[in-house]
Design a protein around this ligand. Structure first.
Ligand code: PYL
Length: 271
C-alpha cells in the first residue's frame, strides 16, 4: 500500500517555495521536464505542446485530497502540455476527458495513480514514474552510475522498480528493508539484500530512499547523494549538512514522468 499524501504536503505544488527546478538544476543539471524526458527515453528538445491531458478527481475510498488534482494539473501544464481538471469526478469525469479529446487522463484512487494514454490504450503508473524519475535524478547527480554501489532503502513497489532501473544504469545495487524477506525477494532482479538497515545506510554514499523511513543524520555518510521520493520526508540538520545532495518532492517528479512516459507511447508510434 502506498503512503497517502495529505493536503499540507502538496500545498502550492508545483508553484511553491520549494522551487524544485532550481534545486534539481543544482543537484542534477536538469529540470523536472529534463528528468521526465530522460526517464521516458525522449530527446531533451522534445515538443510536448501537442499533447492534452485531463485530470479526473476520484472520490472513491478515502476520497478527494484537497489540492491534488490542481497540483497534478499544474505539473502537467508546466511540461507545456495542455491540461485541465474535469468538472465531474470519477466515471463522469473520465467520460468528460475522453469527450474533450484528451490524449492523457490522469487519475488516482487510494491504490493506484495512472496516466492513461487514450490513443494507445496504455498507461503508466506512479510507482513506475517515481522510481524511474528518482533513479534518473540520482544518476545525473552522481555523474553516472556505471560500476557504482547504490543502496535502495525499501523493497515496496517503488523500491522494486528502482532496483531494476538502477541495475539497467550499470549500478551495483544493494537493497535493505526492515522486513528482510522483502529485500531478499529482490535478488531476482540482481540486488544484494542487506539485513542491517542502519549499517547498509552508513556504508553507502548513493542512496534511493523508497521507504516511509526517516534516516537519522548520524547514519548518513559524508558526501552522500540521496534520491528520496518517500513520504513522510524529513532529514535532520546533521543529515542535511553531511549530504552533498538530497533530492525530494512530494509529487512533481513522479507525476511529470508518468505524463511524459504516457505521451511517449504516441510519439513512439508516430515516429
Ligand atoms: C499519488 C501519491 C504519491 C504518494 N502517495 C500517493 C497518494 O497519495 N495516493 C492517493 C491519491 C488519492 C487522490 C484522490 C483525488 O483527489 O482524486 N482520489
Amino acid at each position: 500500500m502506498m503512503t497517502r499524501l495529505t493536503p499540507d504536503l502538496i500545498e502550492g505544488v508545483p508553484d511553491d517555495k520549494l522551487d524544485l527546478d532550481s534545486r534539481l538544476l543544482k543537484a542534477t543539471g536538469k529540470t523536472v521536464k529534463g528528468i521526465a524526458l530522460e526517464a521516458a527515453d525522449l530527446p531533451p528538445d522534445t515538443d510536448l505542446s501537442r499533447f492534452s491531458a485531463s485530470v479526473v478527481p476520484i472520490t472513491s475510498g478515502q476520497g478527494i485530497i484537497s489540492g491534488f488534482s490542481d497540483s497534478v494539473n499544474a505539473i502537467v501544464s508546466r511540461l507545456d502540455m495542455r491540461s485541465a481538471v474535469t468538472e465531474g469526478t470519477d466515471v463522469l469525469g473520465f467520460s468528460q476527458g475522453v469527450d474533450a479529446g484528451s490524449d492523457i487522463i490522469m487519475m488516482a484512487d487510494d491504490r493506484k495513480f495512472v496516466a492513461y494514454n487514450t490513443r494507445e490504450r496504455k498507461y503508466t503508473d506512479n510507482s513506475w514514474g517515481t522510481a524511474k524519475g528518482y533513479a534518473v535524478a540520482l544518476k545525473n547527480a552522481a555523474g553516472g552510475l556505471e560500476g557504482k554501489q547504490v543502496l535502495v532503502v525499501g523493497a515496496g513497489y517503488v523500491g522494486t522498480w528502482a532496483v531494476q532501473f538502477l541495475r539497467d544504469m550499470g549500478a551495483d545495487v544493494s537493497v535493505t528493508d526492515i522486513i528482510y524477506q522483502k529485500a531478499v525477494r529482490l535478488t531476482e532482479y540482481g540486488a544484494k539484500p542487506i539485513r542491517d538497515v542502519a549499517k547498509a545506510i552508513e556504508d553507502h554514499v548513493l542512496l534511493l530512499n523508497a521507504a516511509p523511513f526517516i534516516i537519522p543524520g548520524e547514519l548518513i555518510a559524508e558526501g552522500s547523494i540521496i534520491s528520496s521520493p518517500g513520504v513522510p520526508h524529513y532529514y535532520d540538520q546533521l543529515g542535511r549538512s553531511k549530504a552533498q545532495a538530497i533530492i525530494h518532492d512530494p509529487l512533481e517528479i513522479g507525476a511529470a514522468v508518468m505524463a511524459v512516459k504516457s505521451a511517449s507511447y504516441s510519439i513512439k508510434e508516430d515516429e
